[in-house]
Ligand binder design. Structure first.
Ligand code: ADP
Length: 369
């Protein structure tokens, strides 16, 4: 355990104008189970495919046990034997029986005798409850069974690391459980794994570490608890909470409050946000931005971000603004402040000197009964 297995340095991948990975740096120790989560198109699969050399790096280096596998001198067929990969589609050889599928690579690449490979395959099949399918052909198996075979076929090579690219997403929902059970079992056996998944539940249950990918790299990482219970960065929070986000920017004294109110109404309608909450949001814009802040800011720059969590049915509002330090709770405009205090059941102020918009207010909109 805790031995450095994989090291990725300044990895970049570019496809024409698209640069899904700008600068990825990562160290994976043996025994770690890493889940990679994040919005579509953020390069999660690309990262796995580059580790397995199915894609070439545009720049950067990958080392497996200290050997640079991105080097042109590297014997990739040797390296691939050390890396097992499971795809969304099961990719079994259709013309071979289940047991032959599992035996093929150990015989051809690892020099095992057919008997040794057969014994090993039988053992693996028993471990995932598929002994009865030993001599079946892939098309006689359900999707879940095929994926279980694909996993043990990879394990038969005793890889140093197992890469799984959305292993359950092509499956009928009734079959994800059986495949997830196998993944949990493999994870618990001490295998080193990196898995791209959309299943937050699976990621939480099996992983020792979660990578949240966004903005061209690993945007935030941590234990499942860190990422799912207390994500620190904005985009992670939005992704984890499936938050609906509305942003309003005010950069002039003459900003269009009617237009912004219409944006709030449309946002609330689209996301089924209760009308009362929508009204509170409009009132906040009026009282907090127009009445309290704008008169103080000759060259205003105010960013308002409203995040609605459908799970909690709550709106959080983040307000950032320029100007000298000013806690809105000290405003002379007592009437507007009173209204804001009725609307918000949490109201906090923070000053961040190094930031261009150094004043930050966090508000939670009260629920109306
Ligand atoms: P994710 O797994 O996070 O959904 P991908 O790694 O599949 O993302 O893709 C990242 C981005 O790279 C996407 O914008 C995708 O369109 C682009 N991309 C992936 N593979 C190719 C390719 N072979 N040719 C061109 N663009 C690609």
């Amino acid at each position: 355990m805790n031995e450095k297995l994989l090291e990725i340095q300044h990895l970049k991948k570019q496809y024409g104008q698209t640069v899904p990975l700008k600068d990825v740096n990562l160290t994976v120790n043996s025994g770690e189970v890493i889940s990679i989560i994040g919005p579509s198109g953020t390069g999660k699969s690309t990262l796995l495919r580059m580790i397995n050399h199915l894609e070439e790096a545009t720049a950067g280096k990958i080392y497996l046990r200290g050997e640079e596998i991105t080097s042109p001198d590297c014997e990739m067929s040797q390296v691939r034997q050390k890396i097992g990969m499971i795809f969304q589609s099961f990719n079994l050889f259709p013309h071979l029986t289940v047991v032959e599928n599992i035996m093929a690579a150990p015989v051809a690449l690892k020099g095992l005798s057919r008997q040794e490979a057969y014994d090993k395959a039988k053992e693996l099949l028993a471990s995932v409850g598929l002994s009865a399918k030993t001599f079946s052909y892939p098309d006689e198996l359900s999707g879940g069974q095929q994926q279980r075979v694909a996993i043990i076929r990879a394990l038969a090579m005793e890889p140093e690391i197992l890469l799984l690219d959305e292993p359950t997403s092509a499956l009928d929902p009734t079959m994800t459980g059986e495949v997830e059970a196998v993944i949990r079992k493999v994870a618990a056996s001490g295998a080193t794994m990196m898995m791209v998944t959309h299943s937050m539940e699976l990621a939480q249950r099996v992983s020792t570490r979660i990578l949240y990918m966004d903005e061209g790299g690993i945007y935030e990482e941590g234990t499942p608890k860190d990422i799912f219970s207390r994500p620190q960065k904005e985009r992670t929070r939005q992704f984890i909470g499936q938050l609906k986000v509305l942003k309003i920017s005010i950069d002039s004294q003459n900003f269009d409050i009617y237009g912004s109110n219409a944006d709030i109404a449309a946002f609330c309608q689209k996301n089924d946000i209760p009308v009362g909450q929508a009204r509170y949001l409009m009132l906040l814009l009026e009282e907090l931005c127009s009445q309290i802040l704008l008169p103080r800011l000759p060259d205003p720059l105010i960013n308002l971000t409203a995040e609605y969590s459908p799970l909690e049915e709550r709106i959080m509002v983040w307000l950032e603004y320029n100007g000298s330090p000013f806690d809105i709770r000290e405003s002379d405009n007592k009437l507007s402040l009173k209204i804001v205090q009725v609307i918000a059941d949490i109201l906090e102020y923070e000053q961040r000197e190094a930031e261009p918009l150094g004043n930050r207010v966090l508000l939670r909109v009260r629920k109306r009964s």
